[in-house]
Structure formats: structure tokens, C-alpha cells
Design a protein around this ligand. Structure first.
Ligand code: HEC
Ligand code: HEC
Length: 431
């Protein structure tokens, strides 16, 4: 509606006093709104992770992020290796440090890890500004994501016991310098009591027979879980440093009228006006942190229910309310009242719109190849069929002209900031 207001100002009919026009284009009120999109501040504090802002932990997390040795057998052949090979996949295989931490090596929107992932691998740059991790919000904490991720079957397909052994064998000193309880000497394969920690194993799936994990004492399982939590917290500390700032858009709003093109400025006016993208994309990372059905037509089989499927995954040993949290009260408050209701079907988290030029393809299934495709999707009011749930009432045809579509794309392209430093992109895993 704001576009109409701008028009109305020309007729001196919007409000009592006509606002000044900023940069010849925006009223004071619009400019005030535009300023809510910038600058990107510091990541919000995370009391559930006492290592969140510990620099040594971040450096340790970076090493683990690039570590491959714990990963399980490849179920599909890819550039990573042949079927059955192990030790081939790191977090960095799908979140490539020199590509804004997205996957540019797999042949389409879904990543080749141990198997093909169901969803598109998101950028990890500025990821810690999200309140909920993953497209459907499966993670209330990024350290929970990182503590579980080594075991995800289509990603690295490792096990927590294999992971703990890699930490013992290759990172013992770094770990022991950081954390109060040193690694248990029985993790050494030559220790007399090495059998306490089988070389591989994780909690069995529901209904399956007991495995190596279930053969362990509860105390020893807790030792391994503590290692996973500490390593997850270190990886989150690393992710908290993957921040990109100073996009042309930020420089424009900070006072450089030449930082973005006239087309991008017209696109910005559409974004907060006729196209009403700001109904969901708000704040410095352009997300309202909520979940909506936009009607992205599924390329995923079986159909992806988004938030509905993911919400039950918040219930996990490593969540913010659990025994490994450094502030279980704050962690519990965040996840109180999460209920799997029908209306959550088909909802996905509003995506950040930062550095889009580096992170194609778009949407949770990667079904939009270009930003032009994305804007045309919105212009027609989202998808018609082929998705779960009921489409958000805000998803209506917009009626953008061809030149307006190009302007909106130009604005989205102005949101790419500086890449992370070479130091943060380096593979620092143990040789
Ligand atoms: C095989 C490819 C692959 C590997 C390996 C992988 N990821 Fe991911 N990652 C993905 C995909 C796909 C998603 C989206 C998952 C979803 O939404 O269900 C994702 C999501 C994430 C997210 C949440 C992003 C967001 O927007 O909220 C984080 C954080 C993350 N991964 C970190 C890691 C870490 C840490 C590791 C290693 C322990 C790892 N990933 C290994 C593919 C991968
Ligand atoms: C009703 C809320 C809503 C509105 C309105 C909305 N978006 Fe989105 N946007 C989302 C959600 C939710 C996603 C993630 C959808 C998915 O992957 O299934 C998304 C994803 C995107 C993406 C993909 C980013 C990526 O990295 O994959 C872009 C680009 C985007 N929106 C731009 C826009 C633009 C431009 C407008 C205005 C024309 C707009 N959005 C309006 C909620 C909204």
C-alpha cells in the first residue's frame, strides 16, 4: 500500500504534513522503515552455549567443520567417492567455505552426501541470526544441529562413537585445553578398557534390536554425549563468526546514494510497497523468523510438510532445555508450547535474503533457479497445487510489469555483503 501513499504525498493527501523525500524517492516514514533492514548487528547472545563467543572454541569448531574421518559409507557415488567408501564427507562438503557455505559441488539443488539430501543446503553465512535452524525449524539451537548432524543418514552418516574416537585420536590436546573434563583415556584403542567405547555406534532406531550404544553403561554414554555437545557448541561458536556485512544496500542506507542503482532503489520501493515482501521479510536479515505456506511446488517425495514434520525433532537430548544446555531455563522457555498442529503443514521458515547472488538455487527444494524465477513465482501469487497445507492469504498475484520484476531482482542483488575472511574459510582439520 505504501506505493499509493507516495503517490498520495504528491497530492498532499497522505497524513497532515507531507514528508520530505529522501534521496528523491522515499518519504521520511519509508526511510525509517528502510533503516530497520540495516545494519547487521552482532549475533544475539546464546546463554545455552557457554562457548558461543569463545574464540578458541570457534577455532576448534572450524577444525571439526572440515573433518571427514568419522563419516560413514557413501550410499551413492559422487565426486566424494565410490559406494561404500567411508571418511569422505565433512560439513564443508555441502557448506563450501569459499561459496558462502552453500553446496556448489553436487549436480543440483539436493546435495550428494552419504545419500542425496531431501532439501537444498542453505548458506551458513549469517545463519546464527535465525531463531530456528533448518527450513522447517527442527533446531532450537545451532549447537543441537551440530551435535546431531554427524549422525544424519543422508549427510555424513557417521555415529557419535566414531566421532568421539576421531576427537580423541586427532584433537585430544585441543579438546582438553578447552573443556573442563578431559577426554576419557579408555577412548584410546590400546587402552585396557577400550571396550567401554565401541569404535562405532549411536542410539538405535525405535523398535530395533540393541546395538553397541545400548551395550554401554549410562555413565559412558553420557561421556560421549558430552563430547558431542561440546563439539556442537564449538561448531556453533565458529558459525557465529560467519557474518557478512556491508552489502551495497547497507552502504546506501548508511549514506552513499551511489551504492545501489536506480533500478535497485525502485525495487526497494516495490519491496516495501506494491509487492509487500516486507510482510514476511523483515529486519536486518530479512526474516520475520516465522513459518508460512507460500506454495512452493514440491519436487520432494514424499511431500515435505515443513514445520509440521520438523517441530517434533526439537525434542532431543541436545536441545536448549536438556541436560547439556548451559541455561536450561532459557532453553525450556524457548521451546515451551510447541505442538504439532495441522495448520503447520507446508509451512517453511521465512528465508533470509542476504547474499542471494551467491546461493542459487532458491527455496527449500531448490526449485527456483534464478531470482527472476523467484520474483515471477511471487508475482503470480505463489504455487497453485502440489504442496502441503493452506497457502498464506498474503500470497496473492501482485501485477508487476516486466520492468518492475527486473527492478525487484536488482534490489535483491544489492543485498550481497562481503565474504567471510580467508582465515575463516580455511580447512584447518588435523592432517
Ligand atoms: C550432504 C550435505 C550436507 C552435509 C555433509 C552437512 N549439511 Fe548442513 N545442511 C544440509 C541441508 C540439505 C540442510 C537443510 C536441512 C533441512 O532444512 O532439513 C542443512 C542445514 C544446516 C544448517 C541449518 C541452516 C539453516 O538455514 O538453518 C546448519 C547450521 C548446518 N546444516 C550445519 C552443518 C554442519 C555443522 C555439518 C557437519 C556436522 C553439516 N551441516 C553437514 C546439507 C548438509
Ligand atoms: C507470506 C510470507 C512471505 C511473503 C509475503 C514473501 N516471502 Fe519470500 N519467503 C517466504 C518463505 C516462507 C520462504 C521460504 C519458502 C520455501 O523455501 O519453501 C521465502 C523465500 C524467499 C526467497 C528464497 C531465498 C532462498 O535463499 O532460497 C526469496 C528470494 C524471497 N523469498 C523473496 C521474496 C520477495 C521478493 C517477496 C515479495 C515479492 C517475498 N519474498 C514475499 C515468505 C514470504
Amino acid at each position: 500500500m505504501r506505493g499509493w501513499c507516495v503517490l498520495a504525498i504528491a497530492l498532499a493527501a497522505c497524513g497532515d504534513e507531507p514528508d520530505a523525500l529522501v534521496d528523491g524517492m522515499f518519504t521520511d516514514a519509508e526511510w525509517a522503515q528502510i533503516q530497520t533492514f540495516t545494519p547487521i548487528g552482532e549475533p544475539p547472545p546464546n546463554p545455552t552455549n557457554r562457548y558461543a563467543d569463545d574464540e578458541r572454541a570457534a577455532r576448534f569448531g572450524q577444525r571439526l567443520f572440515n573433518e571427514k574421518r568419522y563419516s560413514g559409507p557413501l550410499a551413492v557415488a559422487s565426486d566424494l567417492g565410490e559406494v561404500g567408501e567411508t571418511g569422505k564427507i565433512a560439513c564443508a562438503s555441502c557448506h563450501r567455505p569459499n561459496a558462502f557455505f552453500t553446496d556448489t559441488r553436487s549436480d543440483n539443488a539436493k546435495s550428494f552426501g552419504a545419500a542425496r539430501t531431501r532439501r537444498n543446503a542453505p548458506s551458513l553465512v549469517n545463519v546464527v541470526f535465525y531463531e530456528w535452524g533448518n527450513w522447517g525449524g527442527a533446531h532450537d539451537q545451532f549447537w543441537k544441529q551440530a551435535a546431531n548432524s554427524p549422525e544424519t543418514s543422508d549427510n555424513t552418516a557417521g555415529t557419535r562413537l566414531a566421532f568421539a574416537h576421531v576427537v580423541y585420536d586427532h584433537y585430544r590436546d585441543a579438546y582438553n585445553e578447552l573443556f573442563p573434563i578431559p577426554l576419557d583415556p579408555a577412548l584410546d584403542s590400546h587402552a585396557p578398557d577400550a571396550a567401554r567405547f565401541p569404535r562405532s555406534g549411536k542410539p538405535k532406531p525405535n523398535g530395533a534390536p540393541d546395538g553397541p550404544w545400548e551395550s554401554m553403561t549410562p555413565e559412558d554414554r553420557e561421556i560421549v554425549n558430552t563430547i558431542m555437545a561440546n563439539c556442537g557448541k564449538s561448531i556453533e561458536a565458529y558459525e557465529r563468526r560467519l557474518i557478512s556485512r556491508n552489502a551495497p544496500f547497507d552502504r546506501y542506507v548508511a549514506g552513499d546514494p551511489t551504492a545501489i542503482t536506480a533500478a535497485a532503489k525502485r525495487g526497494l520501493a516495490l519491496f516495501i510497497g506494491k509487492a509487500a515482501c516486507d510482510e514476511c521479510h523483515t529486519g536486518p536479515t530479512f526474516t520475520d523468523q516465522a513459518f508460512h505456506v507460500t506454495g512452493v511446488v514440491q519436487t520432494i517425495d514424499p511431500i515435505d510438510n515443513g514445520r509440521y514434520d520438523d517441530i517434533v525433532r526439537v525434542d532431543n537430548t541436545f536441545n536448549g532445555a536438556g541436560p547439556y544446555s548451559d541455561d536450561p531455563v532459557a532453553g525450556a522457555a524457548k521451546i515451551a508450547n510447541l505442538v504439532q498442529t495441522e495448520d503447520l503443514k507446508g509451512r517453511f521458515r521465512t528465508k533470509s535474503l542476504r547474499h542471494l547472488t551467491e546461493t542459487a538455487p532458491y527455496f527449500h527444494d531448490g526449485s527456483a533457479a534464478t531470482l527472476d524465477d523467484v520474483v515471477r513465482f511471487y508475482n503470480q501469487g505463489g504455487g497453485e497445487a502440489g504442496f502441503a497445507g493452506v497457502k498464506d492469504p498474503r500470497m496473492v498475484p501482485i501485477g508487476l510489469s516486466e520492468s518492475e520484476i527486473a527492478d525487484l531482482v536488482a534490489f535483491l542483488e544489492s543485498l550481497t555483503g562481503e565474504p567471510v575472511t580467508a582465515e575463516l574459510a580455511r580447512d584447518t582439520s588435523a592432517p
